[in-house]
Write a protein that binds this ligand. Structure first.
Ligand code: C5P
Length: 314
């Protein structure tokens, strides 16, 4: 029931069920420029997909329904406001097909964590429904629909390590010799609302109390090519970190604990409150994760590797 499309690396149609796995993202560099008139900030960011995954299954149905299990079940609204439902409807409208599917989400990426969980689920939905409905769009076409749903959707369709510009939706892959980076992800209790964190950064900047803006990601991209975690650790940076710390002062303890545990570097992931730590290898990552867990400064500390592919049928 599967065929490969002519101009893309994904199958064309399946009778279902279609299962898609999608990674979380972190930002190795998040340079935030000025607020634009459309309400977004101009970004210069380096996205990196890590091995923390959500899984979306799409089955044929007579209406559009969504169920879920795992991280955030019972907290996440499953109605028309849900990004998964909105993604399915957006694809159906674009492709002029009925939005009929039974969708089920197995969630591991925490909600409102700065790991793009919502955008990841939207990306997975676009890919799964495209295949279930046989609408045959390319990843780039799905990305165009996705960019209207969340800034990180186009990246999560591609994955790997990539430069993001515009409001994050314009993605170009960064070609480097294959290297695996080892991370520790410190998951917080509760989330942070992305718009609030951007607003806090604007406030800090207006008051003259924000750190100097990072600007473009040149140093980070040069460091990626050296394939040395100590070199990469020295140039990780996030303009939203000061804002996330202002809203959640406790995150300073998380970063300090990771540093004391021997992590090469630690930053807030995206708009937070998740913090991520770079380590030398898998064993080192386990040591740092155990130290963070023992210190009780976060809800959970897990190890992860990157880069990972974007949304894929499994
Ligand atoms: O696109 P996404 O859903 O991730 O954006 C959520 C909110 O975060 C936006 O409505 C905006 O307030 C803020 N944002 C921003 N600049 C960006 C991306 C997001 O100000 N580049």
């Amino acid at each position: 029931t599967e065929a490969w499309g002519p101009d893309d690396d994904k199958p064309r149609r399946s009778a279902g069920p279609v299962r898609v796995r999608v990674p979380a993202k972190i930002n190795l560099h998040l340079g935030v420029g000025p607020l634009r008139s459309d309400g977004y900030h101009e970004l210069n960011t380096v996205y990196h997909a890590i091995s923390l995954f959500d899984e979306l299954t799409a089955r044929a149905g007579d209406t559009l329904t969504l169920t879920m299990e795992g991280e955030g079940a019972g907290e996440l609204a499953l109605d028309e406001s849900n990004l998964i439902i909105r993604a399915a409807r957006a694809l159906a409208t674009e492709a002029r097909v009925p939005a009929h599917a039974r969708l089920h989400l197995r969630k591991s990426i925490p909600l409102a964590g700065g790991l793009a969980g919502g955008s990841a689920d939207a990306a997975a939905t676009l890919l799964a429904c495209d295949l279930l409905w046989g609408t045959g769009l390319s990843r780039d076409e799905l990305g165009e629909i996705g960019a209207t749903l969340g800034s990180d959707v186009p990246f999560l369709l591609h994955g790997g390590t990539a430069l993001g510009t515009g409001h994050g939706e314009a993605v170009s892959p960064i070609l480097a010799r294959p290297t695996t980076w080892h991370w520790v992800v410190a998951i917080a209790d509760g989330g942070l609302a992305t718009p609030e964190v951007y607003r806090e950064l604007d406030r800090l900047r207006a008051g003259g109390s924000a750190p100097v803006a990072l600007g473009p990601a040149d140093a980070l991209m040069a460091a990626l090519r050296q394939r040395d975690p100590a070199v990469l650790g020295a140039v990780l940076g996030n303009d939203l970190q000061a804002a996330a710390l202002a809203l959640r002062p406790h995150l300073a303890d998380v970063l300090k604990t990771g540093a004391e545990a021997g992590a090469l570097a630690g930053i807030v992931s995206g708009s937070g409150p998740t913090c991520v730590f770079l380590t030398a290898d898998g064993a080192h990552a386990q040591t740092v994760a155990a130290a963070l867990a023992d210190a009780g400064v976060c809800r959970e500390a897990v190890t992860a590797r990157g880069p990972m592919p974007g949304a894929r049928v499994i």
